[in-house]
Design a protein around this ligand. Structure first.
Ligand SMILES: Nc1nc2c(c(=O)[nH]1)N[C@H]1C(S)=C(S)[C@@H](COP(=O)(O)OP(=O)(O)OC[C@H]3O[C@@H](n4cnc5c(=O)[nH]c(N)nc54)[C@H](O)[C@@H]3O)O[C@H]1N2
Ligand SMILES: Nc1nc2c(c(=O)[nH]1)N[C@H]1C(S)=C(S)[C@@H](COP(=O)(O)OP(=O)(O)OC[C@H]3O[C@@H](n4cnc5c(=O)[nH]c(N)nc54)[C@H](O)[C@@H]3O)O[C@H]1N2
Ligand code: SF4
Ligand SMILES: [Mo]
Length: 865
């Protein structure tokens, strides 16, 4: 069965047959490739940690009772305080159908526009940038441009980790055509920058100066495409506003050498096919929207748009960030690329047959949570996002939710930091269960299909919304029984009285039958009667969506850099790591995705570490004016001195105090309302625990009274790394359930090694010392699924390492914990194929991802060990 990956905006096609996940060779986005997260999707399909039934105030109830409770609560609050007192907070991880229904209910029938989404933290600046420049939120480019470009400029994007398959396409194109040049613009030397021909490590927040200077330079050095001028407005005024940005001024603003800047500008001007890709380093900024326009300006003036291998290409983050933009998931849009003008509201009223269509924009995310804190918004329905973690000023968000009268959370995960505040928890269908469409970065609509039955009582998000709408009295407008009906309504709306005025038009899909919808092949919008097979690139005709048909240049913003001072001297940057997805509710449960980084870390330059008396592996606090964070020090010379990088992923489910958004102020781009999540003034304060240790236990717990802890699931057991004050053994004795176990204890100096048994079953393993003890994690974890039988084995386990003869070597098969030495021994005993090894040791018989390594070992084993 073909479906689509639910993680990043690359939107890879996935093939699932017999529970085995592989890349869909026919999908145009990935042609069979998958990254490690996509390849591990099969491992997220079990029901561990899933929210399986509805609850109200923590009590399990029937689905009907939960939906009644939601509908009654919303109606009561609306009757008493008006529609502005309720809000929805959605997500770019909802399907288009879910999103359409949420938007229709709030803006069309409840009659307020208080629906915003996590895309506010992600794509809002790009939406403003495109609309201001092109007259529509329409990404001009497609992935094939990666292969057609001569110069790719990657700005504020670590695509090697965040858009891995698009990155692989680019790397392959570069291998095939070594003349394809890659410039990476990022304050940090990232995995992407490592592969670049040129890395420009500019000062954080200074991108708009670099691109304003480029525009100026293009104008002065023959870089204007004269044939473009009739299609552009505000050229003179923008160029005048850029005139001060000569190379000296830009070098000073960006902290780059003049030579490096000039070389980049010359290359941009001289190369006919330039593709600029950008992501959160541009959008999550005080000048997010203006950064977007600064980039688009350069492409417009030089005519590098609407042609193969060219264009300003904003990468979307989430699998359906684009779908959310289509349906109007943001509080300042209506549906199908419409705004709040009288004509547009009237059009929507007639289409939806509702006289209650919202009259003005609603609250954007940051303001929405402030309004909840002030008690003005009294009910909020959060779906598919985890704002207690991902919104800045996380403690305020948590407080706001704690005091909000009615918090409804639709979730797939039973335990999330946000779900902890829910009055009503509704179980939503997860990837693999749900059925609908998503749109990726290149405007390509793909199907996510159900491949497994829903877990427990989980329901599609659209169904939950429609059921509530029906109970609120809007039965007729929310009567769908299948996502195809919702999709075709959405498609019809996109074409309704459009006549080429709105970029988003998929009217040719409005008549899809159930079968056609089920069979729908990936297709790029617009999909119209004139272009029934979709449209790869926009603006080839140089007709833009402003009323005069012209695109606009926009004057650049002055760079805004967060102020650091003696109290908070360092600038903290935040972002993603390769193998985790956001707040880790799904990827954090997959042991092998935890192997890349298994603890919250702060990456800092060795000089800054030395200045603070910190070494790699030490624990530290990072403090800002808002709050503090704790995690482990990682030295990284790719992070500039004076800057830090902290991953965004860790939550209260995985660590004591590692939600980085607790440190970040809720401020950002004034035009887009997008917070500046990449720039926070902080200081470091080393943590000096009395002891550090490892605790392996089967169940998830929240360790108390510690300076620091972090959890990483292993196969069959949870592993906690701990740091505390006082005495380690005393701490352990105070943990629940410990008194019931039989202990096997070894204590020497300040070291404590302890195994807790219940009969022959291992219940806990604990290793602590003044510095973090060195143990064999795979060996200890394995003992929880395969209890050691002999006294000698138990003794080894107490030591935390296998005895010499049992030493497993490098783990090859993570699923069954089979090490290299055992495999080589089996080969020596005569196993001569991966299948034979599987029969003897089980290795390679589950996910199969180690089979290539098994084959390698078969080839390289010289049998004598
Ligand atoms: N593995 C993984 N992939 C993901 C996700 C995930 O959670 N995990 N999430 C998805 C989502 S929703 C999104 S939005 C994307 C985000 O994808 P990216 O934006 O590529 O990822 P980030 O790590 O947030 O930030 C990108 C880079 O911006 C740089 N940066 C910081 N400040 C500046 C600046 O002032 N100027 C410039 N030029 N660069 C700066 C950072 O150093 C960082 O390397 O990833 C998507 N893909
Ligand atoms: N410091 C810092 N903060 C950031 C960022 C950053 O770079 N730095 N990036 C920002 C960006 S770009 C983004 S996009 C956000 C992401 O932040 P969030 O959206 O808060 O993160 P997720 O973990 O993806 O949250 C999705 C939630 O929905 C649940 N879920 C998954 N599938 C479904 C489903 O089908 N239905 C329902 N109802 N629920 C589901 C998951 O279990 C999870 O709890 O974070 C933002 N916050
Ligand atoms: S690149 Fe993105 S869409 Fe493709 S498999 Fe990886 S996470 Fe999924
Ligand atoms: Mo995002």
């Amino acid at each position: 069965m073909k479906t689509t990956c639910p993680y990043c905006g690359v939107g890879c096609g996935v093939d699932v047959s017999n529970g085995v996940v592989s890349g869909d060779a026919q999908h145009p986005a990935n042609a069979g490739r998958l990254c490690v997260k996509g390849a591990a999707l099969g491992e997220t399909l079990d029901h561990t940690g899933r929210l399986l039934w509805p609850s109200v105030q923590g009590q399990r109830v029937s689905m009907a009772a939960a939906l009644d409770h939601v509908a009654d609560g919303l109606q009561r609050i609306i009757a008493q305080y008006g529609p502005q007192a309720v809000a929805f907070y959605g997500s770019g991880q909802l399907l288009t159908e879910d999103y359409y229904v949420a938007n229709k209910l709030m803006k069309g029938f409840i009659g307020a526009a208080n629906i915003d989404t996590n895309s506010r933290l992600c794509m809002a600046s790009a939406v403003v940038g495109y609309k201001r420049a092109l007259g529509a939120d329409a990404v001009p480019c497609c992935y094939e441009d990666l292969e057609q470009a001569e110069l790719v400029v990657l700005v504020g994007s670590n695509a090697a980790w965040a858009h891995p398959v698009a990155w692989q396409r680019l790397m392959q194109a570069k291998r095939e055509r070594p003349q394809l040049q890659l410039v990476v613009i990022d304050p940090r030397r990232t995995a992407s920058a490592e592969m670049a021909d040129v890395h420009l490590p500019l000062r954080p927040g200074s991108d708009s100066a670099l691109f304003a200077g480029l525009l100026n330079w293009l104008a002065q050095h023959g870089g204007i495409d004269d044939s473009m001028l009739p299609h552009l407005a505000q050229v003179e005024s923008t160029l005048a506003a850029c005139a001060g940005w000569d190379v000296r001024a830009v070098a000073a603003a960006c902290a780059l050498s003049e030579a490096a800047i000039l070389a980049f500008w010359q290359q941009f001007a001289a190369t006919p096919r330039v593709l600029t890709l950008w992501c959160m380093g541009i959008n999550q900024s005080h000048t997010g929207s203006d950064n977007n326009n600064a980039i688009i300006n350069a492409h417009l003036l030089s005519g590098k748009i609407g042609r193969a291998g060219c264009g300003p290409f904003s990468l979307t983050g989430q699998p359906n960030a684009m779908g959310g933009r289509e349906v109007g998931g943001l509080a300042n849009q209506l549906a199908a690329h419409m705004g709040f003008s009288a004509a547009e509201r009237d059009r929507l009223s007639r289409f939806w047959r509702s006289d209650r269509v919202a009259r003005q924009p609603g609250l954007m995310a940051l303001d929405l949570f402030r309004a909840i804190a002030r008690g003005e918004v009294k009910a909020v329905w959060i779906m598919g996002t985890n704002p207690a973690v991902s919104l800045p000023e996380g403690h305020r968000v948590a407080q706001a939710l704690a005091q909000c009268e009615l918090v409804i959370v639709s979730e797939v995960s039973a335990h999330s930091d946000t779900a902890a505040f829910a009055d009503v928890l509704l179980p939503a269908e997860a990837w693999g269960e749900k059925n609908g469409t998503v749109t990726n970065s290149e405007r390509r609509i793909s199907r996510q299909r159900s491949i497994v039955p829903a877990a427990g009582e989980a329901k599609p998000d659209w169904w939950l919304l429609a059921q509530v709408a029906q109970r609120m009295g809007y039965a007729e407008a929310f009567a769908w029984t299948h996502p195809q009906q919702i999709f075709t309504e959405h498609a019809a709306l996109s074409g309704f009285e459009n006549q080429g005025t709105r970029a988003f038009d998929i009217s040719a899909l409005a008549s899809l039958t159930r079968e056609q919808y089920d069979q729908l092949s990936p297709v790029q919008w617009p999909v119209t009667p004139a272009a029934p097979r979709g449209t790869a690139r926009l603006f080839s005709d140089r007709r833009f969506f402003h009323a005069d048909g012209k695109a606009r240049l926009l004057p650049p913003a002055m760079p805004v850099v967060t102020h650091t001072d003696a109290r908070y001297p360092l600038l903290m940057n935040t972002g993603r790591i390769r193998d985790q997805w956001h707040t880790m509710t799904r990827t954090g449960a997959v042991p092998r995705l935890m192997q890349h980084y298994d603890e919250p870390f702060v990456a800092l330059h060795p000089q800054d570490a030395a200045a603070h008396g910190l070494q790699a592996g030490d624990l530290t606090r990072v403090q800002s004016a808002q709050g503090w964070w704790s995690g482990r020090v990682m030295l990284d010379a790719g992070v500039a001195a004076g800057q830090l990088f902290v991953p965004m992923h860790w939550t209260r489910q995985f660590s004591a105090q590692a939600t980085v958004d607790a440190l970040i102020a809720a401020q950002g781009c004034p035009h887009a309302g997008q917070p500046a999540l990449k720039q926070t003034a902080v200081r470091l304060q080393p943590l000096r625990p009395a002891w550090q240790g490892w605790l392996f236990i089967p169940a998830i717990m929240t360790p108390a009274s510690l300076l620091y802890w972090a959890r990483a699931p292993q196969n069959g057991v949870q592993r906690y790394v701990l740091a505390g004050e006082g005495d380690a053994l005393t701490w352990l004795q105070q943990q629940p359930g410990m008194a019931d176990l039989q202990w096997q204890l070894a204590q020497a100096e300040q070291q404590v090694h302890l195994l807790g048994w219940q009969g022959a079953t291992l219940r806990c393993a604990f290793y602590a010392a003044p510095t973090l003890p060195c143990i064999d994690h795979a060996f200890v974890s394995h003992a929880f699924t395969h209890a050691p039988a002999s006294a000698r084995q138990r003794h080894a386990l107490l030591g935390g390492r296998p005895t010499q003869s049992e030493h497993a070597g490098r783990t090859i098969c993570s699923c069954f914990g089979v090490g290299e030495i055992a495999i080589r021994q089996a080969i020596a005993r005569g196993c001569d194929s991966a299948a034979a090894l599987g029969e003897a040791l089980q290795c390679g018989t589950n996910c199969g991802s180690c089979i290539p390594e098994l084959k390698q070992l078969l080839v390289t084993s010289n049998v004598t060990l």
